[in-house]
Design a protein around this ligand. Structure first.
Ligand code: GPV
Length: 815
């Protein structure tokens, strides 16, 4: 590998790597950048000075990365995502820059511990759940694999709300995550973009296809970027986040002078509202105009930035798709497709066919759901008002597309109706998933089953037309964040077992742990790690079976099924207080969308059941239910290492993949789960004897629905189930939860009652395994050993080879 020191060229001092150097730089940050002294520095001053010092260590890797990547002029991967759940930055950047020990040392003269300082590091919660965290894992792995990439997103002022419990129910507070500033970001005001909305279009004389769009409102997009270091490599990529601002002209000085203060700023406020808040909906659509505005804002700013970057090195538009692959993270950024067409046709004056050929080859689309309510559609009238030119372009795309369908399936009017980008059943709507399939070169689902169901159900017509377009890329997770950072004790045991920490970049090497699964000393260590993690978590008796269900609250995920199990355990213990009960701590965590009432009722019922059990002296010694507030990446990193049992109990055919399932299995939790999403692949990897399977499969679930499902039949037939639901209705839990029981008995959308008995039987299997400590530990070790496949490094390698067709561009070290 070549060598490079960019500082040399400009006579800049190199940052030293000794403890003294680091100390000096920290003090200098404190003094010159924070403007304070050792004596008067607050904890926050110390935090910020440390963050800047660590950031500096990554900044020169970043400079070398940019130089190497631009010199190479590769095909760049641009990841467009409305969400990123990056997690805390300080611990990550200390690890990725190898300065953790230096930092702990350097803080001593300030009288501060590293732990205390890390507590001040606020995670940017710019996402809802799995989709946002996947984006963060993928950009981590792209950097780790030396792939030239930029993640584009929105810098929301307010991220995912903070959750607290009030009277047992979820209360929400705004998350002003950057209230104290964010030392990790670099504003880049010179790269700002102007984005239009509303207005009208005008014909361009002499051109049948080009139009001039005269927006009625314009807004500035100001970017800042955060560093995305690779692990054990030189590459540092970036994630570039856009923030909306009013232009200078949006402040109305004359109104202000006339004392109309609110009116004077109203235009600026309107503009800034675009990036004000993350919509807290997960896997459900909320058809608000402001949301479409956010989406277009992200796409327009990012595409102009992508084009700017392309033109730094290239001249010919025909090279654009060879130098650019834009991955759409679900349909949220799909308006980028008509936006690129608009830029190419209207602004750069390419003819339609050439622009379309470029556009199609530039995009790829990842679908993350099967839920019909998550497939975004927009009312045509709303689209037309907000983005009049884009709607015209979509109509043209649709016209060409439907001709293609007609040519393949002559006379099949029904198929044309089904496939059209414009839905005509009732109110006319733009179907974003259809646009995303039509305007891209590749479409993928996120687990084998999900990709198969996409091809065979939701997108079947499209798969008939273009079978080669459809692929699977199974999700993965960052082993750095979710093993090394989250579980340092286990990491040490693994590194000792494997003779080094090379596994962190090559997770398949965990397979070498298999031979240790039968080693009594290794097992003992494995157990003691889990126990110590439980002690740290302090959620309950560390010797109890720690049973965790941590994920967004959604009826399809079936927290209510877990709850029926808890209520049944409660009944059983009450009836037989002297039984040989296995002590269990059932830990729930997760947020519900604020307007999702059914989910909030489930949260309420969990807390009511928890309180009833805690107050029951007969049951409390054996069973404890804990609801951990405000689930986020940081809390996940504490819970996952302490889990014995991982609840992955969605109705089969509903969870696209799941990624919490991977994090837990990799940390040695055993899974109880349905044949859904990536559970199927986890089971295949760990071996069926090391996985607790129950419930209907996706085919049976679909059948049950078609044949007419009657939840009451299960209620009538199963005495324990009846007792659980009756208890809720009789007010056994403070009168809470009748809405939950009503929905289960009334229609039970997700077949909870149908899977109840199978789930309970399976929980008995779990208890049998738990009673045999050695057997359990062996299963746990084998889960970790066999889950190397679920590294996001593998996911990224799959995308790189089969969808992006890109190769790594290594960054030279400095001498
Ligand atoms: I669509 N997902 C999400 O978190 N938010 C969304 O809006 C949509 C999907 C999730 C899926 O529910 C998970 O099954 C999946 O593992 C995750 O996306 C990442 O692919």
């Amino acid at each position: 590998m070549g060598r490079m020191d960019l500082r040399q060229g400009i006579g800049l001092r190199r940052l030293g790597s000794t403890a003294d150097d680091f100390q000096q730089d920290l003090l200098s940050s404190l003094y010159y950048r924070k403007g304070t002294t050792v004596e008067s520095a607050s904890a926050r001053d110390a935090y910020e000075a440390l963050a800047l010092t660590v950031r500096d260590r990554l900044a020169d890797r970043r400079a070398r990365t940019a130089a190497a990547q631009f010199a190479h002029n590769p095909r760049w991967v641009y990841y467009l995502s409305a969400e990123y759940l990056l997690g805390a930055q300080l611990e990550q950047n200390l690890l990725y820059s190898g300065t953790g020990d230096l930092a702990a040392q350097a803080l001593k003269p300030l009288g501060r511990s590293l732990e205390e300082i890390e507590d001040l590091d606020v995670e940017p919660g710019l996402g809802n759940g799995g989709l946002g965290r996947l984006a963060a894992c993928l950009i981590d792995s792209m950097a780790t694999r030396d792939i030239p990439a930029v993640g584009y997103g929105i810098r929301y002022d307010f991220g995912i709300f903070k959750q607290s419990l009030e009277d047992g129910g979820q209360a929400e507070r705004a998350d002003d995550w950057a209230f104290h500033g964010n030392p990790w970001e670099f504003p880049a005001p010179d790269d700002r973009q102007t984005v239009g909305f509303y207005g009208h279009t005008e014909p361009v004389p002499g051109s049948p296809v080009r139009k001039r769009w005269v927006p009625g409102e314009t807004v500035l997009g100001e970017p800042s970027h955060m560093l995305v270091p690779g692990y054990n490599t030189e590459t540092v990529n970036i994630v570039r986040l856009w923030r909306a601002r009013g232009s200078e002209a949006s402040f109305d000085l004359s109104r202000f002078s006339a004392g109309q203060y609110a009116e004077a700023v109203q235009e600026a406020v309107r503009a800034e509202n675009i990036s004000k808040v993350l919509y807290p909906d997960d896997s459900t659509e909320l058809g608000r105009e402001l949301r479409l505005k956010q989406q277009y804002f992200l796409c327009s700013c990012s595409l102009r930035d992508i084009i700017r970057r392309f033109r730094l090195r290239n001249e010919n538009w025909d090279d654009f798709a060879d130098k650019t692959i834009i991955q759409l993270n679900d349909t949220h950024p799909t308006v980028a497709i008509p936006e690129l067409m608009r830029l190419l046709v209207d602004e750069y004056e390419l003819d339609w066919d050439r622009a379309w050929s470029i556009t199609r080859r530039t995009f790829a689309y990842t679908c993350h759901t099967l839920l019909p309510e998550a497939l975004e559609t927009w009312p045509v009238h709303m689209f037309e008002r907000l983005l009049p030119r884009h709607l015209e372009i979509i109509y043209l795309i649709n016209m060409h597309f439907l001709r293609e369908v007609e040519a393949h399936f002559p006379g099949d009017a029904d198929r044309i109706r089904r496939m059209s980008i414009i839905g005509e059943n009732g109110e006319r709507r733009v179907r974003m998933a259809h646009l995303a399939v039509v305007g891209t070169e590749a479409v993928n689902g996120v687990a084998e089953l999900h990709s198969k169901l996409l091809r065979e159900t939701v997108l079947q017509d499209f798969a008939d037309l273009w079978p080669a377009k459809f692929q699977n890329v199974t999700n993965g997770i960052s082993p750095r964040r979710f093993i090394r950072l989250a579980n340092p004790r286990l990491s040490e045991v693994i590194s000792d077992g494997l003779g080094g920490d090379g596994w962190l970049n090559d997770l398949d090497r965990l397979a070498e742990l298999e031979s240790l699964a039968d080693d009594p000393a290794f097992r003992e260590r494995w157990r003691s790690v889990k126990r110590a993690n439980k002690v740290d978590l302090a959620a309950g008796d560390p010797d109890s079976l720690t049973d965790v269900m941590i994920k967004r609250f959604h009826e399809y995920k079936r927290q209510q099924l877990k709850l029926l199990h808890v209520i049944t355990m409660y009944h059983r213990i009450r009836e037989n207080p002297n039984g040989d009960w296995i002590p269990r701590t059932v830990l729930f965590a997760g947020k519900a969308a604020p307007a999702y009432h059914a989910a909030k009722h489930i949260i309420r019922l969990i807390n009511a059941v928890a309180a009833t059990i805690a107050a029951d002296p007969v049951v409390a010694p054996h069973l404890r239910v804990v609801f951990a507030e405000n689930y986020n990446v940081t809390l996940a990193e504490r819970i996952i290492p302490a889990a014995d049992l991982s609840e992955q109990i969605s109705l089969a055919g509903k969870e696209a993949s799941g990624t919490g399932n991977m994090k837990l299995a990799l940390n040695g939790a055993l899974t109880i789960g349905t044949l859904d999403g990536a559970n199927i692949e986890i089971r295949a990897h760990v071996g069926e004897e090391n996985f607790f399977l129950f419930g209907l499969d996706a085919f049976q679930a679909a059948e049950a629905r078609i044949n007419g499902y009657h939840p009451r039949e299960h209620y009538e037939r199963d005495a324990e189930l009846r007792a659980a639901l009756d208890a809720i209705n009789a007010g056994a839990f403070g009168g809470v939860g009748r809405e939950v029981a009503e929905s289960l008995l009334g229609w039970d959308e997700y077949l909870t009652l149908a899977d109840y008995r199978s789930y309970l039987d399976c929980q008995e299997e779990v208890e049998r395994a738990w009673r045999d400590r050695d057997r359990w530990t062996r299963m746990s070790i084998l889960n970790t050993a066999r889950c190397g496949f679920f590294s996001a490094d593998r996911t990224v390698a799959d995308y790189a080879a089969r969808i992006w067709r890109v190769a790594p561009v290594p960054v030279p070290r400095e001498d």
